[in-house]
Design a protein around this ligand. Structure first.
Ligand SMILES: [Ca+2]
Ligand SMILES: [Ca+2]
Length: 271
């Protein structure tokens, strides 16, 4: 009997071992196909796509097998390959050498109500090389106003009365002309831009404007004309110290180079 019992036990064990794989074996196969395959049989094959990092030839082989394409797409190998590139590019970019140039303040007399449109017009011509900013003072060489006893020609945007360095400008607020355009014309005149009255409504800063502004404002302190106000210019200033009617260095244009010019130079220094 013992042999029969043992036979039954053995057969029972054998049946028990075979049945589970028959019933639950198939579903787990599906589950293992995705996650577990890499660890078991195909795991070694999928690990090879990890190798493509070392040898690009292997990466070309893996996409050939359709079964491997799902998992082996392996974003891991590609991402590290692309990641170092931007990482190396970033440190290279943050080296903007464009120096910041000092703000050029434009002294002008403008009533409160007219300051906003004037500043808007000034912004049109302001740029990195010559940043412009209005400096509202009580009695500048150029004074704007609107009130006048003399009637305007309806087609006129403004009327200007010049006496020496003083300019009195009346703005015609009753005209059908664009006030924005009128102020741009006045700002262009004040900045001594080429053809200030020829201002299409959509006109933006032109290269000619930039050159005119640079020549007029930005060249101050930049004695050697390299678009920077730095130690090289300071050396030129120092060489001209005490020189009467120097060609360079006389920032306040009083006929000599002295401490006053040095003080002005410090304000213009960009490096
Ligand atoms: Ca310079
Ligand atoms: Ca001087």
């Amino acid at each position: 009997m013992k042999w029969l019992v043992t036979l039954l036990l053995i057969s029972g064990l054998a049946f028990a071992q075979t049945t589970p794989p028959a019933d639950g074996g198939q579903p787990p196969v599906n589950e293992t196909q995705n996650p577990e395959q890499p660890s078991t049989g195909t795991g070694t094959e999928q690990e090879t796509p990890a190798n493509p990092d070392e040898s690009p030839e292997d990466a070309g082989e893996t996409p050939a097998d359709p079964a491997q394409e799902q998992t082996p797409v392996a974003p891991a190998p590609t991402s590290p390959a692309t990641a170092p590139n931007p990482a190396t590019e970033q440190p290279a970019q943050p080296a903007p050498e464009t120096p910041k140039f000092p703000v050029v303040k434009i002294p002008v007399t403008v009533p409160e109500a007219l300051r906003a449109p004037f500043q808007n017009a000034l912004k049109v011509f302001s740029h990195d090389r010559v940043p412009l900013e209005a400096e509202f003072v009580a009695s500048a060489d150029t004074q704007f106003q609107t009130e006048t006893d003399i009637p305007f020609n309806p087609d006129a945007g403004s009327r200007t009365l010049t006496s020496g360095n003083k300019r009195q400008v009346w703005i015609n607020t009753a005209t059908t002309l664009s006030q924005d355009l009128i102020w741009r014309v006045e700002a262009a005149k004040l900045l001594k831009l080429p053809d200030p009255t020829v201002l299409p409504k959509e006109r933006t800063l032109t290269e000619q404007d930039k050159m005119a502004l640079k020549t007029q404002f930005a060249s101050k302190g930049d004695f050697n004309g390299d678009d920077r106000v730095d130690l090289l210019d300071l050396i030129i200033l120092a060489k001209n110290m005490g020189v009467e009617n120097p060609q360079k260095g006389d920032l306040n244009q009083d006929g000599t180079v002295n401490d006053q010019d040095y003080a002005l130079f410090q304000q213009l220094y960009t490096r």
